[in-house]
Design a protein around this ligand. Structure first.
Ligand SMILES: [Zn+2]
Length: 282
């Protein structure tokens, strides 16, 4: 009896594991129905090199304003192996003011950690929240990065106009939040090339942050859709793309945190996932 039960448990565990591994990275076995959009490839970028050791990553970065440290712009799509079971939720734009407000409520009430990439053009959503965001940065619950001021297609406007728009957003971040967004740059639409990476790196934006998974919420989605996407993409070291543009993402956030916890994954800021950068940790 005992042996039979043990075998049943083993089979169940193996089956469960098979499902998880499939969901993590294979499209094998997809049915004839179209896969959800969040499963579409989102980036052709190469895997990142490990950036820092995990032990160096435990100190929250205060993102204090210091002179920019220029260097090559390194494209990063996920955390290093040393990140263990850490996952970074990254939340962009902010076209919906009440969504930004709700996200911050959840972060405050749960103690959860996120990375925000606001655009100055949506300042009306962010500026009223500046005091709360400053506190969350200081407590290590939020990392703030630069997503450009106007959210244009960088390769279309070219490196010079791109650099000016990036700097405009850095100026807005400094004025609004009294921190720097350096060295974290998230390209609008994930649109970038070597010239854009270099232009960002030259201004101290040396971490070009892409993503390993997305909840595809640039358009309205249901909470169930967003939670399915998290199920599909959440894995050790993941960087997950989200937006503060529609209510479902903000409303799903408490359940996203619970889901990650159930999976044994730890939501952290980019500063924790990748390690503090030399020009933000002094
Ligand atoms: Zn965006």
């Amino acid at each position: 009896m005992g042996a039979v039960a043990a075998v049943a448990v083993l089979v169940a565990a193996a089956t469960g594991m098979g499902v998880v591994m499939m969901a993590g990275g294979s499209t094998e076995g997809e049915q004839a129905t179209a896969a959800p959009e969040y499963r579409q490839p989102t980036t052709a970028s190469p895997a990142p090199k490990p950036v820092r050791t995990a032990s160096a990553a435990t100190t929250p970065s205060p993102q204090r304003i210091t002179p920019p440290v220029a260097g090559p712009g390194t494209v990063i799509t996920e955390g290093p192996a040393s990140a263990g079971r850490k996952v970074a939720l990254t939340i962009d734009d902010g076209t919906c003011a009440s969504c930004v407000d709700r996200i911050l409520d959840v972060v405050e009430s749960t103690g959860g950690k996120v990375t925000l990439f606001p655009n100055g053009v949506y300042g009306g959503s962010w500026e009223p929240q500046a005091g709360r965001i400053r506190k969350l940065i200081a407590s290590g619950q939020v990392t703030l990065g630069n997503h450009t001021y106007s959210h244009q297609v960088s390769t279309k406007i070219g490196p010079t106009a791109f650099a000016a728009d990036l700097q405009r957003n850095e100026d807005w971040i400094q004025k609004t939040f009294t921190v720097t967004g350096r060295p974290w740059f998230r390209p609008p639409y994930g649109d970038r090339n070597a010239s854009i990476d270099d232009a960002a790196g030259a201004r101290g934006y040396r971490k070009v942050i892409m993503w390993s998974g997305t909840v595809a919420d640039s358009q309205p989605r249901s909470e169930a859709y967003i939670l399915d996407a998290i199920d599909y993409w959440a894995r050790p070291g993941a960087i997950i793309l989200m937006h503060a543009n529609y209510p479902a993402t903000a409303n799903a956030l408490p359940r996203i945190f619970r889901k990650l916890e159930k999976k044994g994954l730890e939501p952290v800021t980019l500063a924790e996932l990748l390690g503090p950068a030399p020009d933000t940790s002094r």
